[in-house]
Write a protein that binds this ligand. Structure first.
Ligand code: UD1
Ligand code: CA
Length: 453
């Protein structure tokens, strides 16, 4: 029979060093909140339930923790911060529902991978009472040290309590600890707070278990996987690791990046085969790019569905609700928002297309603007298939330009244009022969007069 596992995710810390008005676990990596990385990893490892221990922003943290997977999440509040052991005990009632395994995770360590969790759980299945995920720290200062003897873990010593000999150990507690669901409550209740910080240290559970004859082991994970976030500088380091991994995976899946280090991806970025991404491109949440599309340098994309073979940028901005069909072109200094652009249509230079539907093969001239907002409401512009919109036109919504229509450059279009009609909405040009010279003389005379005065 499959084992049942409860993940207890700790997310109630004060996080004072983040100097933030919101909970630390709502800060993002790859545009996904830290807490969602952790709960999704737990779900991917197959846990049966998640107990979330929260402090501030409880409702939003809980909602975020539930997104993107279907494992039930129960929340408990820790109103006073009394240490990791105390935090886990907040979930006592849920623990007592009865699980084979309890795995404790930190909400601020988003790089934890499901394979490491599975490795820990499988050690439990093969006879270890407590399994701790450790890592070799380049600089172990501040971490709990894993003290081993004869292949077993005999204690975790917090840095502040550690002797000089113990501090020389570089094998550190990564924060993931698994133990038996049936013994959990009794082990946790035995933890005291007689230590340098006056906190209930979860890590004391190892020595307590040893006095009861239980077997504890540590297994090694990579230092990167165990990275936790205490400051915004550490958040940026975690982001760098996450981005490097995401770019590497994208390249292995058939995406070309000329200068990968300058490309920023989101957790949900979808990139098709043979997509090319030039330097300095930012992918916000919700972008998918079809096969063989090219994203030129300095483009800023979010909430956009980009069809196969499309050419975007350089310097394009795609905002949420953008849907570009196959082989569309959106060129430099164009902004597209909540607009569908049909197959093969071109918006090549300096345009704003918002709240619009543009038909296949349309050509939107340089500087075309959809005037979608009247100060109170947004209105829709419809541009038919195969239309030609002359440069520097303003399309004042709501307005419809029919299929195959032609709009003269510099037009301000306020009325619907039927299919195949030519619309010109600008003042007729007047040309006055010889008047330039007279005008020049007049200006010079005025200038001379004002100088004398
Ligand atoms: C902890 C471990 C240490 C380990 C290190 C790895 C303990 C006592 N120490 O130290 O061995 O090497 O993590 O990063 O466990 N939290 C609560 N409520 C509390 C206290 C903490 O929810 O009352 C949460 C925090 O939000 C955080 C996590 O628990 O997500 C760890 O707490 P933190 O204070 O950062 O522990 P460390 O001192 O880093
Ligand atoms: Ca920490």
């Amino acid at each position: 029979m499959a084992r049942t596992c409860l993940a207890v995710v700790l997310a109630a810390g004060d996080a004072t060093r983040m100097k933030s008005s919101r909970s630390k676990v709502l800060h993002t990596v790859g545009n996904l909140p830290l807490i969602a990385h952790v709960t999704r990893a737990a779900a991917a490892a197959g846990v049966s339930k998640i107990a979330l221990v929260v402090g501030r922003d409880a409702a939003l943290v809980a909602e975020t923790a539930r997104s993107g997977h279907d494992v039930p999440v129960a929340t408990v509040e820790q109103t006073e911060r009394k240490g990791t052991g105390h935090a886990v005990l907040m979930a006592r009632e849920i623990i007592n529902e009865g699980f084979d395994d309890i795995v404790v995770l930190y909400g601020d360590a988003p790089l934890i991978n499901p394979e490491s969790l599975l490795a820990a759980i499988s050690q439990r299945a093969s006879g270890a009472d407590i399994v701790v995920l450790g890592f070799r720290a380049a600089d172990p200062t501040g971490y709990g040290r894993l003290i081993e003897r004869d292949g077993e873990l005999i204690a975790i010593r917090e840095h502040k309590e550690a002797s000089a000999d113990e501090r020389a150990i570089d094998f550190c507690n990564g924060g993931v600890i698994t133990f038996s669901g049936t013994e959990a409550a009794s082990l946790l209740e035995a933890i005291g707070n007689d230590n340098a910080k006056g906190e209930y240290y979860l890590t004391d559970i190892v020595e307590i278990a040893r006095t009861r004859g239980l077997k504890c082991v540590a297994i090694e994970a990579s230092e990167e996987d165990m990275m936790g976030c205490n400051t915004r500088a550490e958040l940026a380091e975690i982001e760098a690791v996450w981005q490097a991994r995401a770019r590497h995976a994208a390249m292995l899946s058939g995406v070309s990046m000329i200068d990968p280090a300058s490309v920023f991806l989101s957790h949900d970025t979808e990139l098709g085969n043979d997509v090319t991404i030039e330097p300095n491109v930012w992918f916000g949440p919700g972008v998918s790019v079809g096969a063989a599309a090219t994203i030129h340098a300095y483009s800023h994309l979010e909430g956009a569905d980009i069809g196969p073979g499309a050419m975007i940028g350089p310097f394009a901005r795609l905002r949420p609700g953008t849907e570009l069909a196959a082989k569309t072109k959106v060129g430099n200094f164009c902004e597209i928002k909540k607009a569908k652009i049909g197959a093969g249509a071109k918006v090549n230079h300096l345009s704003y297309i918002g709240d619009a539907v543009v038909g296949a093969g349309a050509n939107i001239g340089a500087g075309t603007i959809t005037c979608n907002y009247d100060g109170q409401n947004k209105h829709v512009t419809e541009v038919g298939a195969g239309t030609f919109i002359g440069s520097n036109s303003s399309l004042v919504a709501p307005v419809r330009i029919g299929d195959g229509a032609y709009v003269g450059s510099g037009s301000v279009i306020t009325l619907d244009v039927p299919d195949n009609a030519l619309a010109i909405g600008r003042a007729r040009q007047e040309t006055k022969p010889g008047r330039a010279e007279r005008l020049r003389e007049k200006i010079a005379a005025i200038k001379a007069l004002t100088k004398k005065a």
